[in-house]
Design a protein around this ligand. Structure first.
Ligand SMILES: [Zn+2]
Length: 352
């Protein structure tokens, strides 16, 4: 196999458009493959093939959990190495099974593949209660997210051997136990990545709409996005591939009384109305506000660049139909994570 690195287009900025950072070309009959990350979706992964890659004793059900673990890494733009660490960890901890535990009765309220008896550890990663709520520890996707939260806190985890990284997250009594799973985890990640659909493409969220109010202008220093003027009912498109993480009506009086988002708001009220957030690879997030009605997507939906999220309206704090759009360099958006969308889209050769 020959490993090629396609990083030229991504050289200047480490952003979500750097979708494909490595391609493994094959001289054999496999057409491979693309690593985790950057807008990659695992929906095409074949659980049977992934089970074979994991090794003897693994079935399609266990493989589906590996695919979920991989997909969460991709959503976060963490790269293949993170997925390998997490899959190897879950292989060691639970043989990739969601385990309930008699010592944690609530764990039986959630889908599980079997039962474990180690202290009060539950789920794929055998996380104990201090990791989070039982419902999350028993949820493959949420528990993988908790694993990656911990992994990302380890300085230089990208450069650590897989087993060392796993041990630092898990603080296991058997630190060497992860090593024997590394090859299977890596093969599984390759199998999933080989079928992944990756797209770093970005598109204009409302084609034809221009900026009517700029990002953090002198008169609006706390305006964390741009306002794109558009007709009521115009389609709002996901600017790039990703996962819908927020669908909310946010409209209330200054005193906090909740208001409807299905009607026009006004400059006198608070909130950005019906809004959607999409998490993209490389830790980028886009936010779309003031939609005219309940958005067309739901939390957890995987979207492509151009997927219709909803329709331009004037719900929330708004004086007329427009799309208020924000770009954040974090999946946990706050004031300081916002960047100027006009600049950001400019790096994609898109003029807002
Ligand atoms: Zn705005």
């Amino acid at each position: 196999m020959i490993r090629l690195f396609l990083i030229g287009m991504c050289a200047l900025v480490a952003l979500a458009s750097c979708a494909v950072v490595s391609i493994v070309a094959s001289t054999g009959n496999r057409n491979l493959a693309i690593g985790v990350g950057a807008g990659c979706s695992a929906v095409n992964a074949d659980p049977k093939a992934v089970a074979d890659a994991l090794g003897a004793g693994y079935d399609a059900g266990q493989a589906r959990h590996a695919i979920t673990i991989w997909a969460v890494a991709a959503d976060r733009g963490l790269g293949e190495r993170a997925a390998v660490v997490a899959i190897a960890t879950a292989m060691q901890e639970s043989a990739l099974r969601v385990l309930a535990n008699p010592n944690v009765p609530a764990s039986y309220n959630y889908d599980h593949d079997g039962e474990g008896h180690d202290h009060d550890s539950v789920g794929l990663f055998q996380q104990r209660p201090h990791w989070g709520e039982v419902k999350d520890l028993m949820n493959p996707s949420a528990s993988a997210g908790l694993f990656y939260d911990a992994l990302e806190k380890i300085d230089g985890w990208e450069d650590l051997p897989v087993t060392v990284a796993a041990q630092k997250v898990q603080v296991s009594a058997y630190p060497d136990a992860y090593a024997k799973h590394e090859a299977g985890a890596r093969a599984a990640a390759d199998a999933i990545g080989g079928e992944a659909e990756c797209g770093g493409e970005w598109v204009h969220p409302v084609p034809g709409a221009g900026i009517v109010s700029a990002w953090r202008s002198a008169s609006r220093p706390s305006h964390n996005g741009v306002d794109l003027g558009a007709e009521r009912g115009a389609e709002i498109h996901a600017a790039s591939a990703g996962r819908v993480v927020t669908v909310v009506c946010n409209a209330h009086t200054p005193a906090g009384r909740q208001l409807s988002c299905d009607v026009d708001g006004s400059p006198q009220i608070m909130g950005c109305g019906w809004y959607v957030e999409v998490a993209h690879a490389e830790n980028v997030l886009s936010r779309y506000c003031h939609m005219m009605q309940r958005p067309a997507v739901e939390v957890g939906d995987t979207v492509a660049a151009g997927t219709v999220l909803g329709y331009v309206g004037s719900s929330g704090r708004s004086s007329g139909p427009h799309l208020h759009m924000e770009i954040h360099r974090s999946h946990k958006p706050v004031f300081d994570t916002a960047v100027n969308p006009e600049w950001f889209f400019g790096t994609k050769d898109i003029s807002l």
